[in-house]
Write a protein that binds this ligand. Structure first.
Ligand SMILES: *[C@@H]1O[C@H](CO)[C@@H](O)[C@H](O)[C@H]1NC(C)=O
Ligand SMILES: *[C@@H]1O[C@H](CO)[C@@H](O)[C@H](O)[C@H]1NC(C)=O
Ligand SMILES: *[C@@H]1O[C@H](CO)[C@@H](O)[C@H](O)[C@H]1NC(C)=O
Ligand SMILES: *[C@@H]1O[C@H](CO)[C@@H](O)[C@H](O)[C@H]1NC(C)=O
Ligand SMILES: *[C@@H]1O[C@H](CO)[C@@H](O)[C@H](O)[C@H]1NC(C)=O
Ligand SMILES: *[C@@H]1O[C@H](CO)[C@@H](O)[C@H](O)[C@H]1NC(C)=O
Ligand SMILES: *[C@@H]1O[C@H](CO)[C@@H](O)[C@H](O)[C@H]1NC(C)=O
Length: 392
């Protein structure tokens, strides 16, 4: 069942109270967020997406209103440096962030430090940026300071800022490439100096912003996140963080919060048990550091020849399974030793024209799609839009 509008307002007020005045990542606020980066493109483009609230007699509503009634209290947005105009560039992200901030959502800015996707398979430095390490670090530092000032000037407070996206293989390739699983042919990437130099520069750019913002004092600054994927592999995390900090250029003081991606499609070892082990490792290795699962999703449809084996086959495929998966992940995050688990973020629940969300399953979004008016598309809310209500 859907919450009433009043409950939505109450959730918003509670969110405000809990995020002010201290929001350095050490408060006890628990984020239940969605990544809605693509939403504006979908609404404004040829598809002119319309969303329908099936729990309210098919009323037409914005996707984020439906998700807010379902317990969402934060929105994650990716930022690219110099993409094709309109694709996650600064003005696109400012427009979305402003809208979601006004709607009472906490904003989590997800830097990719690239002109396009950044993840373990792609992580190219922006094409126009310097191609030697120290100049590149200087450009990155200034970019972080400048872009954070742009949000500040627009009156948009940021709750969380991740420096890079899924940086298991480093970022800003080739100079920032790094990897703990070394093929003999790629020994260069065993060297974490480039990555550490660049991460530290991004962090200095953050500190430059904090020290020059007239709207922020140190008690209210955003929390800095380092974001890794394969949140189920504690061996990887241990070796990777060991290699990064062994450079002496980055210490645990250079992040406030750790974020992990956790998907069920890319390997059957992505089990709840292994997620819990990784979070436990992080909580014991970096005491007091808040932990989030910052990307996750579960399929509503996953069949056919290419269907991958899912890591938790006991969870059913479908809307009920989407809710069950998220509630189990949330319970694991909340249960981390020391109470440092602070959030869970579902990836792109409203991307009606890209429903596989990068997986080999057909559909992991939270809305059924109706293309009968092509190119227009209508999204009908599934029961899973309420995944963050009454959890655990
Ligand atoms: C989805 O629609 C938007 C807006 O029409 C368009 O820019 C984008 O390329 C589409 N994405 C896919 C995967 O078709
Ligand atoms: C909502 O729309 C769907 C799809 O058109 C339809 O099957 C359903 O009966 C509608 N529900 C209501 C309450 O009108
Ligand atoms: C590691 O990379 C840094 C930065 O590119 C370089 O200065 C250093 O010489 C490299 N170290 C080794 C052992 O190759
Ligand atoms: C950071 O940006 C602010 C605002 O543009 C500027 O005043 C300041 O000089 C910058 N800091 C550095 C170190 O460049
Ligand atoms: C976990 O990570 C380690 C270190 O990167 C790697 O060697 C191992 O293959 C990974 N485990 C799985 C199941 O992929
Ligand atoms: C996954 O973990 C199990 C032990 O829990 C191990 O036997 C298996 O080899 C692992 N799978 C991979 C791909 O490494
Ligand atoms: C759809 O999502 C996938 C997965 O992240 C991404 O690689 C792809 O570029 C997206 N398609 C469009 C048109 O944005």
């Amino acid at each position: 069942m859907h919450s009433t509008h009043l409950l939505g307002v109450a959730t918003w007020l509670v969110g405000l109270a809990a995020t002010t005045p201290t929001n350095d990542g050490h408060d006890a606020f628990f984020y239940k967020g969605h990544d809605l980066s693509s939403l504006k493109m979908l609404e404004d483009g040829d598809s002119k997406a319309v969303f329908v609230d099936t729990a309210r007699n098919n009323a037409t509503r914005r996707a984020d209103e439906i998700l807010a009634d379902g317990g969402m209290n934060g929105v994650r947005l990716r930022l690219w440096v110099d993409p094709i105009p309109g694709q996650y560039d600064l003005s696109y992200v400012l427009a979305l962030a402003s809208r979601f901030h006004r709607a009472g959502q906490a904003i989590y800015l997800n830097y990719h430090f690239s002109d396009t996707w950044a993840d373990p398979q792609h992580n190219n430095a922006p094409a126009a940026w310097p191609t030697t390490l120290e100049p590149l670090a200087g450009t990155l530092r200034a970019y972080v300071n400048d872009t954070l000032h742009a949000f500040d000037t627009a009156g948009i407070p940021l709750a969380l800022v991740s420096l890079g996206n899924e940086i298991r293989h480093g970022m800003l390739w080739p100079l920032g490439q790094a990897d703990v699983d070394i093929e003999p042919a790629a020994a260069r990437v065993a060297n974490f100096t480039g990555l550490a130099t660049l991460y530290a520069a991004a962090r200095r750019g953050f500190d430059d912003f904090v020290s020059t913002s007239s709207n922020i004092d140190h008690r209210q600054r955003p929390a800095v996140m380092l974001h890794m994927d394969n949140g189920w592999n504690a061996t990887l995390q241990e070796r990777w963080f060991g290699a990064l900090t062994a450079t002496g250029l980055v210490t645990p003081a250079d992040w406030d919060v750790l974020g992990f991606s956790f998907y069920p499609f890319y390997g059957t070892n992505a089990t709840f048990e292994n997620l819990a082990k990784t979070l436990d490792w992080a909580a014991r290795s970096f005491p007091g550091t808040p932990l989030h699962v910052v990307e996750t999703d579960w399929p509503a449809r996953c069949d056919g020849e290419d269907a991958p084996a899912l890591s938790e086959p006991s969870i059913e495929i479908g809307a009920a399974g989407q809710t069950a998966w998220v509630r189990r992940v949330e319970a694991i995050v909340r249960g981390v030793v020391g109470g440092v688990g602070r959030g869970i973020w579902y990836w792109e629940p409203a991307w009606l024209n890209n429903t596989s969300l990068g997986s080999a399953c057909q559909d992991a979004v939270l809305f059924d799609q109706d293309w009968s008016q092509y190119p227009r598309v209508t999204g009908y809310s599934r029961s899973s839009v309420d995944m963050f209500l009454d959890s655990v």
